[in-house]
Design a protein around this ligand. Structure first.
Ligand SMILES: Nc1nc2c(ncn2[C@@H]2O[C@H](COP(=O)(O)OP(=O)(O)OP(=O)(O)O)[C@@H](O)[C@H]2O)c(=O)[nH]1
Ligand SMILES: [Mg+2]
Length: 261
């Protein structure tokens, strides 16, 4: 699809979209990031809002967000007093989106490593009725801009394993930039509090035969002055990610065995 998606019929509004932005210790870049995301939300041809969820940040992120909310009318805030994790923050944001009547919820990082303009690609796919919309680094037009080679290789290998075990045509199973119908997301009993919620959620979607659709997106790296990445490259985290595609594979094997007996 084109990178400058536009509404096919200017009189028909796209589905309403709340963009949830999880924030943890992002005082360096959060202002610029929220301004850029809100600027796209303002141009979105439908009802749009940005919900920043400060997850018990220990720096001045919460204060910066409060100031910013005075200036940006499309910015809403949620706050966890104590850090509860990326997955928990997404659920808080989605509940707020649902309470405000938003049909779709998009999840986007707060460090400007996802291009805000791509929210338009999401809106266009939502307007065509897709209910689960995933950003993809591994389709034409997608990629990893300035991401260090080691991390690129890690993502490529992880995705090759993930998509094989899940048995999906989806190219990018671990990308955190994504959107879905709000009611669908809230219907899944997600337990993961951290980043593995991305694959836990995909597992529920695939089990429910929700066909994901991908849009090309370019992931970039954090800028030097921002805090370092909080993604923990530890065996326990890798296993938390692998658990869901492994379960999906087991289910497929069981089904195949039942059919053959
Ligand atoms: N709510 C919440 N958000 C978090 C937490 N840790 C990280 N985040 C947010 O999740 C997003 C992704 O975290 P990053 O630290 O950028 O991890 P990453 O994207 O894997 O790594 P980079 O490539 O360095 O950007 C950012 O918006 C963070 O602010 C957390 O404990 N709670
Ligand atoms: Mg990031």
């Amino acid at each position: 699809m084109s990178s400058t998606a536009a509404p096919s019929d200017p009189d028909v509004a796209w589905p309403s979209l709340a963009t949830v932005v999880p924030v943890y210790n992002e005082e360096i870049g959060i202002k610029r990031s929220c301004q850029a995301i809100v600027a796209v939300a303002k141009r979105y041809p439908g009802r749009a809002i940005v919900i920043a969820v400060d997850d018990g940040s220990l720096d001045t992120s919460a204060a910066i967000l409060s100031d910013l909310q005075q200036q940006l009318d499309l910015l809403q805030l949620c706050r966890h007093e104590v850090n509860a994790g990326y997955g928990a923050a997404l659920r808080t944001g989605a509940q707020q989106a649902s309470a405000l009547g938003f049909e779709y919820v998009a999840f986007m990082d707060s460090d400007l490593t996802n291009p805000p303009e791509d929210l338009m690609k999401i809106g266009e796919l939502a307007s065509r009725g897709h209910s689960y919309i995933k950003g993809s680094r591994f389709v034409d037009g997608g990629g990893m801009g300035s991401v260090p080679f080691r991390r690129q290789a890690f993502s490529e290998v992880g995705n090759a394993i993930g998509r094989t075990l899940f048995g999906t045509r989806l190219r990018d199973v671990t990308n955190g930039f994504r959107a879905m119908r709000t009611d669908l997301f809230l219907s899944w009993p997600l337990r993961e509090r951290g980043f593995p919620v991305i694959v836990e959620e995909l597992d529920w979607a695939l089990q429910a035969n929700v066909e994901p659709v991908e849009f090309p997106t370019i992931l970039t790296a954090r800028e030097g002055e921002q805090r370092p990445s909080s993604f923990p490259y530890r065996p326990r985290v890798v296993f938390s990610y692998l658990r869901y595609p492994l379960r999906a594979q087991m289910r497929r094997l069981h089904r195949a065995m039942r059919r053959s007996t």
